[in-house]
Design a protein around this ligand. Structure first.
Ligand code: ACO
Length: 425
């Protein structure tokens, strides 16, 4: 909705009127899409001040540390909703009734198996390949089985794809791990709910209630996060009309990076390198040294300049899960992480830059306690985020005004020059 007009005074003395759009919540946005006609672009590397789309799915207030899915606070969803309810909410906009929840769970279970040929594809990977590389291949291979006869402009077809994606991603994720450890694949168990079934397919053992619940909450916390790097990648790839399996595969690729979804694996590796509490100061000194590329992994966030609300929930859950099992009760990495957080949050470098622990700071510790190896952390993140990616892709394709994403550039290279023959160079 346009609430006002911003006037941009160009050096040519021309004034351009730009509508100011008002969201339900958050910053107003200046609509600059007509500026190209005036032979001007806006320049915003890293999209620090760019709203790339309209969306009704997730809202974040990074200054206040607020995260809401379809208006519901993440704290309430993590405490009271099953992940299947969160899937329904993100996809369809409302919390499900009891019957809608059952129907969704049934259709996720019915679609959880994957074609045998994918097992053969996975067998071609070296066992020590990173499971994210396996997952990317499996995801794009799904198109060969489920993507060929669908029309993405048709809402029913899109819904079928979205269900296939969310139903099959836990099976694919667990298969990557089973291949890496040289064990037989474990078929989905329709008696178990979504999170418990994933842990079962991963480990071959039916998890206890506390662990299954922790997995469910981890999925909820990672399910969506508005227009982050991987979601924007899914939207950008999807905007070309490509296969949704390919678009989600692109999202998996973007999530893999250590400054995005790979941060949980990197955080655990960092804690293992730090080893003992007395070594924290030397690592903090490295993180503050501009000549050292080392960063405190699991700290800082592009949007949260306050506590990441998901990080607080995961930290509390660490107490619950670690405390429930005597073999983890004295977890040295958790103790180290708590101490590192305490020391960093008293350090002016982190305080002035508003660098707080993000969701990934504690998520590796809890996933380790659930029996998930660190190489699988980003795969678990991809699994959960598939719901958000699918919802965002569907929202974009449903919008009759969506356009292929095609940014421009500030060209800083040579102006035209004549070719120099090889012998004269
Ligand atoms: N350790 C040390 N210094 C940091 C850190 C860190 N983890 N994060 C940011 N800073 C510093 C920057 O060097 C910069 O300092 P300067 O102002 O003196 O130049 C300042 O804080 C601002 O940081 P930016 O790089 O501008 O923040 P940006 O928004 O671009 O980056 C990011 C955010 C990528 C998450 C960054 O904080 C980071 O790399 N953190 C570690 C990786 C991580 O945990 N990523 C997971 C994010 S959550 C997720 O994706 C699910």
């Amino acid at each position: 909705m346009t609430i006002d007009i911003a006037t941009l005074q160009l050096p040519t003395d021309k004034k351009v009127e730009l509508p100011i759009l008002q969201p339900t919540l958050g910053f107003n946005a200046v609509d600059i899409h007509t500026l190209g006609k005036e032979s001007y672009y806006t320049f915003d590397p890293g999209f620090m001040a760019t709203a790339a789309c309209k969306s009704k799915i997730t809202y974040i207030d990074g200054e206040l540390g607020i995260l809401e899915y379809r208006g519901y606070p993440i704290e309430q969803l993590a405490a009271d909703a099953k992940y299947s309810e969160v899937i329904y909410l993100l996809l369809y906009g409302e919390l499900p009734t009891a019957q809608q929840k059952l129907d969704l769970e049934k259709s996720l279970k019915e679609n959880a198996t994957v074609p045998d040929k994918l097992h053969k594809l996975l067998a071609a990977f070296p066992q020590d390949a990173h499971p994210m590389s396996m997952l990317m291949s499996l995801m794009s291979a799904l198109d060969a089985f489920y993507g060929r006869d669908i029309n993405i402009e048709n809402a029913d077809d899109r819904n079928k794809i979205v269900i296939q994606l969310i139903a099959k991603i836990p099976t694919l994720a667990a298969m990557c791990h089973r291949h890496a450890i040289g064990e037989e694949f474990v078929a989905p168990n329709a008696q178990l709910d979504y999170a418990a079934n994933f842990l079962y397919m991963l480990t071959g053992t039916i998890p206890g209630d506390i662990n299954a619940n922790a997995m469910d909450v981890i999925f909820t916390l990672h399910a969506d996060h508005e227009q982050n790097a991987s979601t924007s990648t899914v939207r950008m790839a999807g905007s070309t009309g490509t296969s949704p399996f390919a678009a989600i595969g692109a999202g998996i690729a973007a999530l893999w990076g250590p400054t995005h979804g790979g941060a949980n694996e990197a955080t655990l590796n960092m804690l293992r390198d730090i080893k003992t509490i007395d070594r924290i100061p030397q690592f903090l000194a490295r993180a503050k040294d501009k000549n050292d590329p080392f960063k405190l992994m699991g700290f800082g966030h592009r949007v949260y300049k306050n506590r990441d609300p998901r990080g607080l929930i995961i930290r509390d859950m660490c107490y619950q899960v670690l405390g429930s099992d005597s073999k983890h009760a004295d977890n040295p990495l958790f103790k180290l992480a708590l101490e590192l957080e305490k020391i960093a949050l008293q350090d002016p470098y982190f305080v002035t830059r508003k660098l707080y622990p993000n969701i990934e700071f504690y998520s590796g510790i809890i996933q380790t306690a659930l029996g998930i190896p660190s190489t699988m952390f980003t795969v678990v993140f991809s699994l959960a985020r598939t719901t958000g990616w699918a919802a965002q892709w569907n929202e974009m394709i449903s919008d009759p005004d969506y356009k292929i994403a095609r940014p421009r550039q500030l060209y800083m290279g040579y102006a035209k020059r004549d070719f120099v023959a090889l012998e004269k160079r």
